[in-house]
Design a protein around this ligand. Sequence first.
Ligand code: UT7
Length: 331
Amino acid sequence: MNGIEILGTGSYVPEFVADNDKFSEILDTSDEWIFPRTGIKQRHIATDIPNYYMGAQAAKNALENARFSAEDVDLIIVSTCTPDFFYPAMSCLIQKLIGAKNAACFDVNSACTGFITSLDIAHSSLAAGKHKNVLIVSSEKLSQQVDYTDRASSILFGDAAGAVLVTKSDKPFYSYMGAEGDEFEALYCKANYNANCPWYGNINEFYKNRFDTPQKQNYLVQDGKAVYKFAVNAMANAVKNAVKGHYDISELDLVIPHQANLRIIEKATELLGIPSEKVYTNIEHMGNVSSACIPIALDELKKAGRIVPGMKLCFVGFGAGLTYGAAVMEV
Ligand code: UT7
C-alpha cells in the first residue's frame, strides 16, 4: 500500500479580527443577516504582513510540531490563489524564510480545493519515490482580492495559513479530483497587469466587456447562488468517488470540509448521510480562508487531541474553477 502519513501540522492566524459588527460599520449588513445564512461570526485579516509570511509561519509551526529540520524537507508545495507575486512561486519565498534549502518548490492553484490537490500530488510523488518529506503549505490572503463594497462576497472571506508535513507510509490514501471549467465565471479574480505592449489590439476591451466593469476587474467576483448550488453536489460526489471500492461512507470517522458556508456543509453531509458529530467546522471563528481552511482545521483538531491513531479522515472541498475534490486517509 502506497499511502501517506502526517508527521506534523501547523497554522498561522493573524491577530486582527473583523467580526460581523465591523462589517455593519462599513456596509449595509448585520450579524442577523450574516450568521444564519453562512455560520460566520468573524474572520481574521493580515493587516501588516504579506501572504508568504503567514505561510512561512505555518510551515515553521508544522516542522516544530513534527520535530523536523527544514533541511530534511525535499519538496515544498504551496497552494494559494492569492499570491503576493505572479512569480516567483510563493513556495520559493517560504523556502527562503524557513531555510529549507534542499527542497524543490512549486505552487498549486486550484483555489479553495488547493490543499486537497496538493495532498494528491504529494501522495503521487511519495508513492513514485521521487520525494521523501513533503511540506504542504496552504496560505491565503483573500483580503487583497475582496471588494469591501460588495456585501454579498466580502463578508465570507479571511486570511490565514495552514501547513502539513507528510511522508510515505503503508496506511491507505484515496482521492478524487474534478473540475467544471464551463462554470468558471461563477467565481474569479482577473489578474492585474499594467500592460503597455505597443502592439496590443482590443484585448483590454475584451476583458472589460467580458468581466464586469473596469474597476471590478481585479477583485474577487462571485455569483454566490451558482457557487452554492454547485458546491453541495460537488462535495457529495467527491466523497462518494474517493471512497468508492474502498470504504462505506459510514466507516469515515471524521470529515473535515472546506469552510465556505455552514449551510453548504450541512446540506452536502446530509446528502451523504454523515451525522453532524462526524463533521468538523471552524467557520464561525475563521470564515472562509480558501485552501487554508482544511489544514488549519486539521491543526486545531490535532492540538485538541481529537486525531486518534486508526481514524479514517476525509477531506473534501470545492472552489473557483470550478474545482472539487476529496481525499480519505487513515492516520
Ligand atoms: O470557497 C467558495 C466561496 N464561495 C461560496 O461558498 C459562496 C456560496 N454562496 C453563498 O454562500 C451565498 O450565495 C451567499 C451567503 C454569498 C449569499 O446568500 P444569497 O442568499 O445567495 O444572497 P444573494 O446574493 O442572492 O442576495 C439576496 C439578498 C439581496 O437583496 P435583494 O436584492 O433581495 O434586496 C442581497 O443584496 O440579500 C442581500 N444580501 C445581503 N444583505 C445583507 C447579500 N449579502 C448581504 C449581506 N447583508 N451581507
